[in-house]
Design a protein around this ligand. Structure first.
Ligand SMILES: Cc1cc2nc3c(=O)[nH]c(=O)nc-3n(C[C@H](O)[C@H](O)[C@H](O)COP(=O)(O)O)c2cc1C
Length: 300
């Protein structure tokens, strides 16, 4: 009843661990798989090791967190060691980033066959070393990245977009025209900041970071709704999903499945199972037989 198919990849349920949340090692990704998620996305990794920003990298705000981790990761060569150790009991998605199309392509070549899908992170708003969001704010560069990766991989390629643009539909259309198989909407919102009352200084080392958690849910939902309305590509919705009610709203807006990020910090890995139980009860109550019946219902 909860099964979904996304880009021809079957999942036992529509809940997926979002990129960057406990996804740096095979051990934690395997743990999430055992906790009941339908699929997992890795922490984003790039060509070379990246130390990211010094602490503090995360600060709590009303309605969520602001983070400026700066895409810290050990680089593709080292990350392959983790991918090799994945149990593969559920689909795994590799989240990759680069400064230019060639870098995305070179990483995709190196990890071919090690995961079930590739998510292109063209949208991190606070990447150290100049990589990240500028790629995904430009429809032409986004399209070049997708074309470069599609040439070298047989895996489905999904593109994670930033909401921090004037018109997200324009970027989504560029993605579809370039041949991406799916879209992930959205990365963090902002940037935003907090200031320490004792020192009168910004709290984050990078001063600014991306906002996640319940505060961004209405924006994420609107992005999914708008893109579903005009771009015919399957969507993974993400942004502030805390419980089954949030997840169902995203399905109605047009997501085929949902990614869960910040909620894992608040609720632990049980959140995947809890959301699934809630969705299933709702479906029983409403006489709904499949997740696909719910997808896009807010548009009908
Ligand atoms: C601590 C932290 C680290 C993140 N790292 C990544 C990352 O490496 N790659 C990426 O594409 N998104 C990253 N994100 C963004 C999330 O995957 C997600 O898009 C965003 O947080 C909104 O969802 P949420 O409100 O459920 O957390 C990160 C978010 C947080 C809070």
């Amino acid at each position: 009843m909860l099964e979904v198919e996304f880009c021809n990849i079957k999942m036992k349920n529509p809940t997926i661990l979002a990129a960057g949340i406990m996804g740096s090692t095979a051990a934690s990704l395997n743990w999430v798989a055992r906790s009941g998620a339908g699929a997992v996305v890795t922490k984003s990794f790039g060509m070379e090791a990246n130390p990211g920003y010094p602490n503090p990298t995360t600060v709590e705000v009303t309605g969520g967190f602001i983070n400026a981790i700066g895409l810290s990761n050990p680089g593709v060569e080292s990350f392959k060691g983790e991918l090799e150790k994945l149990d593969r009991t559920i689909p795994a998605v590799a989240s990759i980033y680069g400064a230019e199309p060639r870098e995305f392509k070179d990483i995709a070549v190196q990890i071919e066959g090690m995961t079930d899908m590739i998510e292109l992170n063209v949208s991190c708003p606070h990447a150290a070393g100049g990589c990240g969001s500028s790629v995904g704010q430009d429809p032409q560069i986004t399209s070049q990245v997708i074309k470069a990766v599609k040439k070298v991989t047989n895996l489905p390629v999904i593109v994670k977009l930033t909401p921090n643009v004037t018109d997200i539909v324009e970027i989504a259309e560029a993605g579809r025209n370039a041949g991406c198989d799916g879209l992930t909407l959205i990365n963090t919102v902002g940037p935003g900041m907090r200031i320490d009352l004792e020192t009168a200084q910004p709290i984050l080392h990078n001063k600014f970071g991306g906002l996640s958690g319940p505060a961004i849910k209405p924006i994420a939902l609107r992005c999914v709704y708008e893109v579903y309305e005009s771009v015919d590509v399957p969507i993974m919705g993400v942004g502030g999903i805390m419980d089954y009610k949030d997840a169902i709203e995203f399905l109605f807006a047009g997501s085929s499945c949902v990614q869960i990020g910040t909620a894992v910090y608040y609720k632990g890995f049980d959140v995947f199972r809890d959301i699934c139980v809630g969705i299933e009860r709702y479906m029983n109550r409403k006489g709904i037989e499949s997740i696909s019946e719910m997808v896009g219902k807010a548009h009908k």
